[in-house]
Design a protein around this ligand. Sequence first.
Ligand code: HEC
Length: 410
Amino acid sequence: MYDLAIIWDWLGFAVRWLHVITAIAWIGSSFYFIALDLGLRKVPHLPPGASGEEWQVHGGGFYHIQKYLVAPETMPDHLTWFKWESYATWLSGAALLMIVYWAGGELFLLDPTKADISLFVGIVISALSLTIGWLIYDRLCKSKLGETPTLLMLLLFGMLVVMSWGYNQIFTGRAALLHLGAFTATIMTANVFFIIMPNQRIVVDDLKNGRTPDPKYGKIAKLRSTHNNYLTLPVVFLMLSNHYPLAFATANAWIIPCLVFLMGVTIRHFFNSMHARKGTPYWTWAVTALLFIAIAWLSTAPMMDSYEEAEARPLTATEQKFAAATGFEDAYYAVIGNCSMCHAREPSWDGLHHPPKGVVLETESDVARHAKLIFLQAGASHAMPPPNAIQMDDAARREIVQWYRAATSG
Ligand code: HEC
């Protein structure tokens, strides 16, 4: 007998694994090229059209790289493109978002204390917001603002601030930060897919047909890849944030990403300057540290105390099924006996000030609401309770499994 919850959990793990790998490939190659680009040296005797060169040593050999600013005079025989790193990251990320926040939306996407919407409406908002974000951003870049990059960056920052606030009005804190990351990463991949690649294809086409390519295409691509450069690190922060409730589940959760986007700029500025041999602006690390301390301080505002309100919300149909299923009483007492000292509104376990990961397991409704997580953490696996805290006996685990299966079969 197998459970859907187990299949989904493993599917989530598989896709997450893929997503992290593709993201490493994308960010790795993009950082490599940024550093290469900034570090190119103008030396005498470069071939016509070349703007700089670099020697590198790696893996037992020497590499001699020359950059042609617009294009070489003739089309080379072999050309390696860099695009699948980016596309695969977006595709696997979209799949992961669907698995965790759409299929698992009841638990991770919706927060009825913020917005009382159905799962379907939540999913529509999730999908539309990601699409519309790109459309607005692209319009801004193509407008006159494209000629004033600094102003454009400020507007882009303003847009991210608005989205951070907006997502936090509708979704759980966890989903809000994750969506802000997806919103930003969608812009980054769309920059590659809709702008940088098509422009490069035009230039390649010109070369093949003996035309002189227009340098404007390179300039447009440069603007977009500069944005990508500064957005990379904050996106990684936002993608990791769901492991840290202090980052997403406090009253100030929407302000935190705004400071993270600033850290993205200060950190990259240091490396960009260093690679361009324009000095080592160590002050950026001081600013970064101050921003990080500010974030930690902001997180000390009270946790979003929605537990009581969640209590007042009636159970959904699925949750009612769990509350009514055979074996609920037994499972409930197994949870009360093994989990509640930590997973309480006010935990009695020493050193815990908030229920871990915001998971509260005290009342019957709490247990019905968290059925799937309880099953995965304490029934199907032995992840909970922490073994050093309590040794939960197998009979109690069996009760949880039997109850979960009774509720989900048929
Ligand atoms: C001694 C304290 C303690 C006890 C007892 C305990 N937990 Fe936990 N629980 C934690 C901590 C700490 C975390 C956060 C772990 C982390 O950060 O990865 C956690 C996390 C969780 C999560 C969230 C997992 C995730 O990654 O989202 C669930 C669900 C959970 N516990 C269920 C249970 C259940 C069910 C029981 C009882 C059978 C239980 N816990 C007993 C301390 C406890």
